[in-house]
Design a protein around this ligand. Structure first.
Ligand code: ADP
Ligand code: MG
Length: 696
């Protein structure tokens, strides 16, 4: 097994080993340096690299290449070009130039730009990200790229991410230098994204228009059984699911994706896949590929993979735990050290992160704000929509002792002269993990748990990187001018924890009173996506991104526009789907059922005049009244949808969908779901929650 896995792993990737084998020594050296430092490629080697890449790809069966990018649609985009180059009538050779490798041009007018490009200048450019390896998939060589406009504005999720990685690297290096590290050339951000998803039988999926159009059920009464027995989490895999997962693993491994862990999740038919972490930009690419393959491979097994944050009401939704850390010289900077010196550095970095998360709570919240995720965050199972940090008992009491100037309770800890206790040799947190925390320290990394299962993890990581870069920048400014470095670090740590202690919260994030407590602490409470988006262009946020060169104000404005637009579009699709399902499926089906009951009653009385028809009468009365209610609710929804759709301003339109269309949808759902319980299964037009979740 191991042997096959190791030969299979990365077989379709133009990775380091292939490069070393196939590139001239000097070219290989130059390219790996480019990759390691995040610099741009030396144009003089581009032709050689492109040619080697093409030869390798052709051996793997490729005839085409594509610049693979991440427009602001949330999904990836690709346009395939053949390697063809004519060399006379009826004669071609397979060619691929350095220029074609590093730079692509595409008519990008159909991608969201939030008003960044007028159609007359609709050209978009793609640029190779050499740090993310090219790979072959389905006969095409995929080249991971960044995507920008003619004027150089980022039109994708990847460009700001790469910029944020650079910003963080620059500022983190300043800190490391202050601690005497002269060796480190690059501080890397490591990310591991645990991906949750649901699986449903394809034949049932096809019969649910809501799943097909909206990715989530818009109707559906709860099944008699949900997740209350807690029998699904880590339970044995069903044969069909196991077969799907094993195909998925193989496909991912061949693309060099470290799919490591797979298991059943809490809700019925819910599962999770966790990879081994990698550099942030690669983790982003790999997560997108993972989601794509989950969908494709499920289909091969007669299944459909649902990546929506909340496919079913009443059971857990799906998220993506974004594990995040920093590495320098191959060492994890979030590993508490064994010496006082290392501990001081660790504490400073911890303080920087705590400060970053507190200063930019709103941006972190915005980075996970998505119409689908609104059904999940704060609904009693996922982390709340309020950002707070859980650091565990050990660190928590350490921070308390720093802030309050009291002795640290742990026997093993010793106090430094500076009044900063050293972190004791840090055991992987033995205290119970706080599952309700949106941002938790888990031993040697932070876990940001608010990310939605369908979302690109680029933006959450971009925000995190940039906010932490800003903390480091401020710290480095102070420390570089300090007379006594040690005293200054100690003071900085103490001052930072003192100023930002309000963001630390070890309690139950699901508890109702947490919201009022959070407000009392002055934390930002942004329940819905629309509330969150409205804070995006706050002056402090614009300053953060523009000063660190991650996004210009123009780029941010275009994203803000897309946020609102996208939100409105999603709710609009859901509303229209509900209207279609109500008018064409539910309402007529219930009418039919009512007719049948009436028919039965008439027949009963024809045979036996004194037979009681109370039950029929009662059912008819209740169903007629509910169906009429559904009809009225549908009319109201139609009106609300029409009036929301006509609002020209994207922000106001989104707000109208949130405030008026969503409640109208809920009213329609409630009438229909109530009828479901009263209608014969033969007459019910779609598979029920029970069918969908328990019959995979
Ligand atoms: P759990 O959090 O469920 O206990 P693990 O701790 O094994 O599971 O890791 C969960 C995820 O965190 C995995 O994707 C793993 O690769 C990732 N991870 C572990 N260490 C790091 C790190 N230093 N940086 C980023 N991600 C990490
Ligand atoms: Mg985890």
């Amino acid at each position: 097994m191991d042997k096959t896995l190791s030969t299979m792993f990365g077989a379709m990737v133009f990775g380091d080993e292939v490069m070393r084998e196939r590139l001239p020594r000097e070219v290989y050296k130059s390219l790996t340096k480019t990759i390691a430092t995040g610099r741009t490629i030396d144009p003089s080697i581009a032709d050689v690299v492109a040619n080697a890449m093409k030869d390798w790809a052709v051996e793997k069966g490729a005839t085409h290449y594509t610049h693979w990018f991440q427009p602001l649609t949330g999904v990836t985009a690709e346009k395939h070009d053949a390697f063809l180059s004519p060399i006379g009538p009826c004669k071609v050779v397979m060619e691929f130039s350095g220029k074609e490798l590093i730079h692509g041009e595409s008519d990008a007018s159909s991608f969201p730009s939030g008003g960044l490009r007028a159609t007359f200048e609709a050209r978009g450019y793609t640029a190779w990200d050499p740090a993310s390896y090219a790979f072959v998939k389905d006969g095409t060589l995929y080249i991971p790229t960044a995507f920008c406009s003619y004027t150089g504005d980022a039109l994708d999720s990847k460009t700001p991410l790469l910029r944020s990685m650079d910003a963080l690297n620059t500022q983190a290096l300043r800190i490391l230098r202050l601690f005497g590290d002269t060796e480190c050339r690059r501080v890397d951000i490591t990310v591991g994204a645990e991906q949750e998803y649901f699986i449903i039988d394809k034949s049932m999926y096809d019969r649910r228009k809501d799943l097909v159009y909206a990715g989530r059920t818009l109707f559906g009464a709860p099944a008699p059984k949900g997740q209350e027995l807690e029998d699904h989490y880590f339970g044995p895999l069903k044969t069909r699911i196991a077969a799907f997962m094993s195909d998925l693993d193989e496909a991912l491994w061949s693309l060099g994706i470290n799919a490591k862990t797979k298991h059943n999740e809490a809700a019925p038919a819910q599962h999770e896949l966790a990879p081994i972490y990698s550099k942030a930009n690669i983790a982003v690419d790999h997560n997108l590929l993972t989601m794509e393959h989950m969908k494709r491979i499920a289909e091969k097994h007669g299944l459909v993979c649902l990546l929506h944050e909340k496919p079913y009401a009443g059971v857990n939704g799906s998220g993506k735990h974004n594990n995040w850390s920093l590495t320098a010289n191959g060492k994890n900077l979030l590993d508490p050290g064994k010496t006082p010196d290392e501990n001081l550095k660790f504490l400073l970095i911890l303080a920087a992160i705590v400060k970053a998360v507190d200063d930019y709570q709103d941006l972190l919240r915005i980075s996970v704000a998505y119409a689908g995720n609104d059904h999940r965050l704060g609904s009693g199972e996922a982390p709340p929509a309020i950002i707070s940090i859980f650091v565990g008992e050990e660190l928590s009491s350490l921070i308390d002792s720093i802030v309050d100037g009291t002795a640290y309770r742990s026997a093993k800890a010793s106090m430094l002269d500076l009044g900063i206790p050293s972190v004791p040799v840090f055991r992987k947190d033995t205290t119970d993990r706080n599952r309700t925390s949106p941002f938790a320290f888990t031993g040697n990394k932070f876990e940001f748990r608010m990310v939605g299962s369908s979302q690109n993890i680029a933006m959450p990581n971009t925000v995190l990187n940039t906010a932490v870069a800003e903390s480091f920048r401020q710290f480095a400014d102070v420390l570089e001018g300090a007379e006594s470095f040690d005293a200054c670090v100690a003071k900085l740590i103490k001052d930072t924890f003192t100023a930002h202690r309000r963001i630390l919260f070890d309690g139950n994030g699901y508890a109702k009173d947490w919201e009022s407590e959070a407000r009392a602490r002055g934390l930002s409470v942004l329940p819905t996506s629309v509330d969150a988006y409205a804070r995006f262009m706050d002056e402090k946020n614009v300053r953060l991104f523009s000063e660190l060169g991650v996004m210009s104000e123009t780029e941010m404005r275009s994203r803000e526009e897309i946020y609102f637009e996208n939100y409105a579009k999603i709710i609009n699709i859901e509303a229209l789907t509900m209207i279609v399902m109500a008018s064409r499926d539910y309402i007529p089906s219930v009418e039919n059922y009512i007719a049948q009951i009436a028919d039965t009653a008439a027949k009963k009385q024809a045979v036996c005049a004194d037979a009681s028809c109370e039950m029929e009468k009662d059912l008819i009365r209740r169903l007629s009244s509910l169906n009429a209610e559904a009809y009225r609710a549908m009319q109201t929804l139609k009106e609300e949808e029409t009036s929301a759709a006509s609002i020209p301003d994207a922000k106001q339109r989104a707000a109208c969908y949130a405030d008026r269309v969503l409640p109208a949808m809920a009213a329609l759902r409630s009438a229909v779901d109530e009828m479901e319980a009263l209608t014969s299964s033969k007459h019910w037009p779609v598979p029920t929650y029970g069918d969908m979740m328990f019959r995979v």
